[in-house]
Design a binder for this molecule. Structure first.
Ligand code: GDP
Length: 362
């Protein structure tokens, strides 16, 4: 048990980066996410990935095993405690992931189907990312569909591309060139991640296959490097509490609970919290702080790890009295002092007006 809890602890000055995945329907977003998780389910270790509610947590220990595969040509220091991937892909979850206008997603993965190039929702995603000023990388997916592709499960795609036949390489080259040209026409300059020395100007492209898992080590390496090198300030551990309610649901054995995304700060069992409710602000006390067990036990319904304290960033479930009226999509605040409560009440009342307007619009 202690070994598992240790995976959730902060390790230095950075928190886990929060990533989300966007792209046109059928480009392979879900398959990629499943593959990233499955790789580790099959390994079935206690130190495995934990699937959060709406977010998958990759502890650093697991990341390092993948980062080794790209070490030779793309060395990355793993100085983050892990990686939090929002596992509800699509526009909607990306749009909902924000506080006061700014995105909660540190880095987005835009999935493009190598066979189809830019499609409607790819263009919409590009617009959305530009509007929110969210940095992103591109997963050029379905490389295994190139002619004569020889696959090697979960290998680095950089290595795999070198191991293909001449025909295969030609097929791949012409297809990827088409996509790059399309992107350039839209004003996006891209570069393959292994030759991208200026990722703030050029968007990194990672060839992947959700079916074979090829390119997943590369994808994880690029995410870790990008966030820990180029977004160091954004993902610095901060004291300031920042937590969003993603969903409200009934959890067996716990009554009505809320699934939250803790972006900054920490939360303890017995902390008093305040959040928006349909009948006004709700003040309650954290009865239990839960995350699901690592993959191995995840399928056992209703079994969660109980934490005394959870550090950002993390997806977590909170059980407390009086959450029946809680409003998903709203901010949660700590309410341990009267001053906390007064400040938060004002913020929540303002926010609730905004949310009501939004609901009316829908
Ligand atoms: P989403 O709509 O973006 O979540 O796409 P899905 O993950 O549901 O994938 C759509 C279809 O593409 C499914 O039939 C997948 O099996 C297939 N697919 C996804 N990724 C790959 C890939 O890398 N290679 C191949 N050959 N098929 C893929």
């Amino acid at each position: 048990k202690k070994e598992i809890l240790d995976l959730y602890k902060p390790v230095g000055e950075l928190r886990s980066p929060i990533c989300c995945i966007l792209g046109h329907v059928d480009t392979g977003k879900t398959t990629l996410l499943d593959k990233i998780r499955n790789t580790n389910v099959q390994e079935g270790e206690a130190g495995g990935i934990t699937q959060q509610i709406g977010a998958t947590f990759f502890p650093a220990k697991k990341l390092k095993e993948e980062l080794i595969k790209t070490q030779q040509f793309y060395p990355v220091d793993c100085n983050v405690p892990g990686l939090l991937i929002i596992d509800t892909p699509g526009h909607e979850s990306f749009s909902n992931l924000r506080t006061r206008g700014s995105s909660l997603c540190d880095l987005a993965i835009l999935v493009i189907d190598l066979m189809h190039g830019l499609e409607n929702q790819t263009l919409e995603s590009l617009e959305l990312l530009k509007m929110r000023k969210t940095p992103f990388i591109i997963a050029l997916n379905k490389i295994d569909r190139c002619v004569e592709w020889k696959n090697k499960k979960n290998a680095s795609s950089y290595h795999q591309l070198q191991n293909q036949t001449k025909n295969c390489k030609m097929d791949y080259e012409s297809k990827r060139q088409q996509v790059i040209t399309q992107l350039a026409e839209k004003g996006f300059n891209v570069a393959f991640f292994w030759e991208n020395e200026d990722p703030k100007t050029y968007i990194s492209v990672v060839p992947t296959s959700g079916v074979t898992g090829e390119g997943i080590p590369d994808l994880l390496s690029v995410i870790v490097k990008y966030t820990s090198v180029f977004m160091k300030n954004k993902i610095k551990v901060k004291e300031q509490f920042n937590c969003t309610v993603l969903e409200k649901k009934v959890t067996e054995g716990h009554g009505t609970t809320i699934d939250c995304l803790l972006v900054d700060g920490q939360i303890k069992k017995d902390d008093k919290i305040i959040l928006a409710g349909f009948q006004g602000p709700i003040i309650t006390k954290v009865r239990a702080l839960l995350t699901p067990h690592p993959m191995k036990e995840m399928r056992v319904k209703g079994e969660y790890i109980h934490h005394d304290v959870i550090y950002a960033s993390m997806g977590l479930k909170i059980s407390a009295v009086g959450l029946e009226e809680a409003m998903a999509g709203s901010q949660m605040y700590l309410a341990n002092t009267q001053d906390d409560i007064d400040k938060a009440t004002d913020l929540i009342n303002n926010e609730m007006e905004e949310v009501k307007k939004y609901i009316k619009l829908q």
